[in-house]
Design a binder for this molecule. Structure first.
Ligand code: URA
Length: 424
């Protein structure tokens, strides 16, 4: 359904632009904007209206502009537990000759944030200025840093309002929020990892599909080659979840090893970009180019260079807390994982924030020792926990309750469930 005006007509681009301009300038009070956000939350928006909203939010701030040269591209994930593919995809695409100005965020809800993870590398700066962003991309091919306040300021203001008015879970509002920030980077190609399941923002496949279609339609309409993969978040991605531990696992993948699911998802998302940016004719050609960049160490080398340019020291030890193991109280099959509960357990350990601005413990986290579908013996190790102090009964209880072990065999979702594209 679409939020109509009283006469039933859609809102024009000019009307939406007026609303966003006045709100960003502080000339429209929060109570009126809240009423509008609730109307959109309840009634929806058309594709044209969503694109107009995205355009207006994008125009509320600066956009990065790039000199002639290799395609500027990016990946965005709607977030999940153990989702570390940004750390792999940015240097991987740079090693294939593309430019990747990846502006990332901090932990949100139960999910970790790319910036928090990278700050586990001693010295790594996540507050680069626009001039520094351009310089690092020109020198290395990629940057991963925080979004500066100059980009899409309307989103900052509207998101804070949505957060306190129950209007965050609205497909058009999420679409405009995500796409205005990503399009401000000035990309010509974008891939979206839209996750569904217990550890994702979208719990159902249907909702994830709706969001993916809206994101792809909006990106395409705005002239950016956009595709999306709908991917499984019914268990953590990879083995390790936390901050420093996720950097370690990303480095494993960049060095050509690491868990199969992290490697596979990184390659699949990066392949979408190579094709959208016209750097490869097909997904399978793209994959073999990407596999070579991993195998040769070129992607790992880009990561090292990016870290160095951003002030970090990859050779300095990263913090890792002492570990304890949680064993299975019963035999059976791992049928389900409440990935969100695992994310909240990591936050309880200090690995994420309960309050805005809180400092976090980069050394804590978990390692999943089993996957959905595995046969489990009684007393078999299920999860390794990195905690300070190491043995914590509450965490043991929280994490055990996040796992469902049943007598009957169970099978996991495929990692990549669907691919969403649109041709105008
Ligand atoms: N992430 C965003 O950036 N915006 C939203 O509205 C929801 C998730």
């Amino acid at each position: 359904m679409i939020a109509r005006k009283r006469d039933g007509a859609e809102h024009s681009s000019a009307e939406i632009r007026w609303l966003i301009e006045r709100y960003t300038a502080g000339e429209l009070p929060d109570y009126q904007m809240s009423a509008w956000a609730m109307a959109v939350f309840l009634r929806g928006m058309s594709v044209a209206e969503t694109a107009a909203l995205t355009q207006s939010m994008l125009a509320s701030g600066t956009t990065l502009s790039w000199s002639d040269g290799p395609a500027v591209v990016d990946k965005h994930s709607t977030g999940g537990i153990g989702d570390k593919t940004s750390l792999i995809i940015a240097p991987l695409l740079a090693s294939c000759g593309l430019r990747v100005p990846m502006l990332s965020g901090r932990g949100l809800g139960a999910t970790g944030g790319t910036l928090d993870k990278l700050e586990a590398i001693p010295g790594y700066r996540t507050d680069l200025s626009l001039v520094e962003i351009t310089r690092v991309v020109d020198q290395v091919g990629c940057v991963i840093t925080g979004a500066s306040a100059e980009l899409a300021p309307a989103d900052r203001k509207l998101y804070a309002l949505r957060d306190v008015t129950g209007t965050v879970p609205s497909i058009p509002l999420i679409t405009a929020s995500i796409m205005s920030k990503k399009l401000a980077e000035g990309p010509s190609a974008l891939v979206l990892d839209v996750k569904f399941g217990s550890g994702a923002f979208m719990k159902s496949l249907e909702k994830a599909r709706e969001l993916a279609r809206s994101l792809v339609a909006t990106g395409t309409r705005m002239g950016v080659a956009t595709t999306a993969l709908i991917t499984d978040m019914n268990q953590p991605l990879g083995r390790l979840a936390g901050n420093a531990v996720e950097v370690d696992e990303s480095l494993d993948v960049l060095r050509g090893s690491g868990p199969a699911d992290v490697r596979e998802l990184s390659l699949a998302l990066a392949a979408e970009i190579l094709v959208s940016a016209k750097s490869a004719p097909t997904l399978s050609t793209a994959r073999s180019v990407l596999e070579k960049c991993l195998a040769s160490g070129a992607a790992y080398e880009r990561f090292r260079q990016m870290v160095a340019e951003q002030g970090g020291n990859l050779d300095a030890p990263r913090p890792r807390a002492a570990a304890f193991i949680i064993e299975s109280p019963t035999a059976g099959f791992l049928a389900a994982v409440d990935a969100e509960a695992i994310g909240y357990a990591i936050i309880e350990l200090g690995g994420g924030r309960k309050k805005l601005g809180q400092s976090i413990d980069l050394a804590v986290g978990i390692e999943m020792l089993v996957r959905v579908g595995d046969r489990i013996e009684r007393d078999q190790p299920l999860i390794r926990v990195f905690a300070r102090p190491p043995e914590q009964q509450e965490t043991r209880h929280q994490l055990l309750s996040a796992l469902t072990i049943t007598p009957a065999a169970a099978s996991p979702w495929p990692l990549i469930v669907e691919r969403i594209t649109e041709t105008l």
